[in-house]
Unconditional design. Structure first.
Length: 72
């Protein structure tokens, strides 16, 4: 789906709302900053946790476990 760069987060929020349902979703980003920006946005009305190389390994493992258990 194409959209202007400045509208990407709003568009992603709408896509998640329409197609996400009650399922689990993983969103891949190009940079750590993009991942952090998604986590901080109010446009996406879902529980979000971020995982990237700037996060300690033990915290990434906790995040994956929480994701698998449907905690967010």
């Amino acid at each position: 789906m194409e959209c202007p760069w400045e509208d990407r987060i709003d568009a992603l929020g709408k896509i998640i709302t329409v197609y996400g349902g009650a399922g689990k979703i993983i969103v891949f980003t190009s940079t750590k900053n993009d991942a952090n920006e998604l986590m901080r946005t109010e446009t996406i009305d879902n529980d979000i946790e971020v995982m990237h190389g700037g996060i300690a390994q033990n915290q990434r493992e906790v995040t994956m476990k929480r994701f698998k258990n449907g905690k967010f």
